[in-house]
Design a protein around this ligand. Structure first.
Ligand code: ADP
Ligand code: MG
Length: 269
């Protein structure tokens, strides 16, 4: 089970969009994928069509009430793609867990139990983190092997990265020596602007070999898909958004690139 934490303490940078669409693209490539929402905003569940009235346990019940993770699993409309949603209750978890022994590793422990009870059922687990560096994000970093950071090419992007890498090294030292920064993915980015180029150059300078080659372009279909409860691959398979996330999945999985007609047309134009 390859566990990937999708993290950035800033809101609105593309964490949930990346978790859902990268996960859906991996599933479309044949991987068995589980998405877990760790954000009390609960956008991830909505994005993949979870009914908020469904009484199935959520990640809150898993972390705070000790319910087994397999009790909280739900299928999605997409083959090989499952989800454990969150809900607003999770916003209280931070406080409710304060006095709990081992609170930083609750998610890791639950995932270990899942791996034992359902061996090989999930090849990839993507963790959608809240926009903070609190106990929920620490749980994600303790459980994960890899960190993927969605980043917007804006002036302050790098400042946030300094704080984030500090937390990552703290978790590496104290809780999870195997954790690694797997990649930084530029989201909602138009690579033609000067600011974008400057920020991208900075990222490459500070994090050599970590910037993903795939760039996620601004695409309205990515913003529309959540209200239909579908990934962009299902909602608008021919959109730039779907193309970009399919390419990101191939890059992340280290599979050979697939040159689409559209891209080769662009390249020759
Ligand atoms: P986060 O989870 O980091 O808070 P989201 O993934 O929810 O960020 O993205 C914030 C908003 O931006 C959402 O409304 C989402 O639909 C939209 N969005 C994300 N990526 C793109 C993109 N590449 N193009 C257009 N809109 C996007
Ligand atoms: Mg989000």
């Amino acid at each position: 089970m390859n566990i990937v934490a999708v993290i950035n303490q800033k809101g609105g940078v593309g964490k949930t969009t990346t978790t859902v669409n990268l996960g859906a693209a991996m599933a479309a490539l044949g991987k068995r994928v589980l998405l877990i929402d760790l954000d009390p905003q609960a956008n991830l569940g909505t994005h993949v069509g979870v009914d908020p009235q469904d009484p199935t346990p959520t990640i809150y019940d898993v972390l705070v009430r000790g319910v087994a993770l397999d009790q909280a699993l739900r299928p999605t409309a997409e083959p090989r793609l499952s989800v454990v949603p969150s809900n607003l209750d999770l916003s209280a978890a931070e406080m409710e867990l304060v006095s709990m022994v081992g609170r930083e590793t609750l998610l890791r422990d639950s995932l270990e139990v899942l791996e034992t009870s359902h061996p090989g059922e999930f090849e990839y687990v993507l963790l959608d983190c809240p926009p903070s560096l609190g106990v929920l994000t620490i749980n994600a970093l303790s459980a994960a092997r890899q960190v993927l950071v969605p980043l917007q090419a804006e002036f302050f992007a790098l400042q946030g990265m300094a704080k984030l890498t500090e937390i990552i090294s703290l978790v590496q030292r104290r809780l999870n020596a195997r954790l690694e920064l797997a990649g930084i993915v530029a989201c909602k980015v138009d690579r033609r602007t000067k600011l974008t180029q400057e920020v991208m150059d900075e990222v490459v300078r500070f994090f050599p070999n970590r910037l993903m080659k795939t760039i996620i372009r601004p695409n309205v279909k990515l913003a529309e898909a959540p209200s239909f409860g579908q990934s962009v691959l299902l909602y608008a398979p021919d959109s730039n958004g779907a193309t970009d996330y399919r390419q990101l999945a191939r890059e992340f999985l280290k599979m050979p690139e697939e040159v689409s007609e559209e891209q080769s047309a662009e390249a020759s134009a």
